[in-house]
Write a protein that binds this ligand. Structure first.
Ligand code: HEC
Length: 341
């Protein structure tokens, strides 16, 4: 509701509060007060559910993962939240959600630039010289402005949108806060150093992708076919890919529903690797560098040459289990030297 009003008034904050005041809907938008915050924090600590909170954090509509990483997985527009719970007070964390403009994290101060031709552009300063100002905008794109074309520069607002958590109810705020409180503080929500795949790409469900896969074969999922659109999806803090979050494809009536996930490995020095998947072998199909391949046996070493290698997985969503983990270990016979994200 609040979101709908926001869209309708086109981000005009003054008009927004007027609309809220006259329609008395302000009770639906979360507003910071010390008493309210104290109560939310007490609840978060006493009975908040961090697992539910993590699922809320990962909801596509909130876009937290698009801007924030926790360790290696996620976006880079906002600060990395890997050690948030260990390094920040509960009040600070909750206030960051409710009122992102209250305290801007160091290094994330934005600039609001008025250009000669009347445009207002806000973003993080990436680089600045006498001649040019380079900004990173909230959608992650970069924009370079000639200093000559700039009328004024002032400090801007947080790139994190205000009112983002207005769509959540109080219990959801409590659980989300509990999750953030535990980041880097409890073992369960501390990113470990195991060699896991933490940045996946997921095949988006579109009519064009559906049609393409239907008319060709599943092998098409391992190609660069332009009909297929892949979107980034980080693993959970525990390094798992929740299967329920994946778009599924029901290609033929008698085939099981399938989802596609992929990742790349960069091999710096040729050698062998072991790809370890936490799934029953009949629930997964695997393509390596575009070719179908039998699922590796436990401890089976796969030789890889120098360069980038792509692993595409087809996952039978009903038999693969609630989440998938994938570890890459170096093989014992002349181990490869690798990198992946
Ligand atoms: C459009 C990008 C964007 C989105 C979406 C976004 N954030 Fe942020 N977030 C930022 C930026 C930039 C900052 C740093 C500036 C500031 O302090 O507001 C930040 C700051 C934070 C902080 C304070 C971190 C610190 O170390 O000081 C927390 C906590 C946080 N965000 C949580 C979230 C959660 C939870 C969500 C989803 C509900 C979310 N963010 C969505 C960009 C985003």
């Amino acid at each position: 509701m609040i979101g709908a009003v926001r869209n309708a008034v086109g981000g005009d904050e003054a008009l927004m509060s007027e609309v809220l005041a006259t329609t008395r809907m302000d009770a639906l938008g979360w507003k910071w007060s010390d008493a309210w915050a104290k109560q939310i924090i007490e609840q978060a600590i006493a009975s908040g559910d961090a697992a539910k909170g993590e699922a809320i954090y990962r909801q596509a509509r909130l876009q937290c993962v698009r801007c924030h990483a926790i360790g290696q997985g996620g976006g880079v527009i906002g600060p990395n939240l890997v050690s948030l719970g260990g390094s920040s007070t509960p009040e600070y964390i909750l206030q960051s959600l409710i009122d992102p403009n209250a305290k801007l994290k160091e290094g994330f101060q934005t600039l609001s630039v008025l250009t000669d031709d009347g445009r207002v552009i806000s973003g993080l300063q990436r680089a600045r010289t006498d001649k040019q100002l380079q900004l990173v905008l909230a959608d992650g794109t970069e924009q370079t402005l000639a200093t000559d074309a700039i009328e004024t520069i002032k400090n801007g607002r947080s790139l994190m949108p205000a009112g983002l958590v207005d769509v959540l109810n109080e219990q959801e705020i409590v659980d989300l806060t509990r999750f953030l409180l535990e980041l880097g503080k409890t073992p369960k929500y501390t990113v470990d150093t195991s060699p896991r795949i933490r940045n996946w790409s997921i095949l988006t469900h579109t009519p064009a992708a559906m049609q393409k896969l239907n008319r060709t074969s599943l092998d098409t999922a391992a190609t660069d076919a332009p009909e297929l659109i892949w979107a980034p999806l980080p693993s959970t803090v525990a390094g798992r890919l929740p299967i329920a979050e994946l778009p599924t494809f029901q290609l033929f009536r008698d085939l099981p529903a399938i989802a596609f996930a992929r990742f790349d490995i960069e091999v710096k020095q040729a050698g062998s690797v072991i790809i370890e998947l936490s799934a029953p072998s009949d629930a997964v199909s695997l393509w390596l560098d575009g070719r179908p391949r039998k699922l590796p046996e436990p401890d089976e070493a796969i030789g890889l040459s120098v360069g980038r290698h792509r692993v595409v997985l087809g996952l039978k969503v009903r038999s693969v289990g609630p989440s998938l983990g994938c570890q890459i270990r170096t093989g014992h016979l002349g181990s490869a030297v690798l990198e992946w994200k």
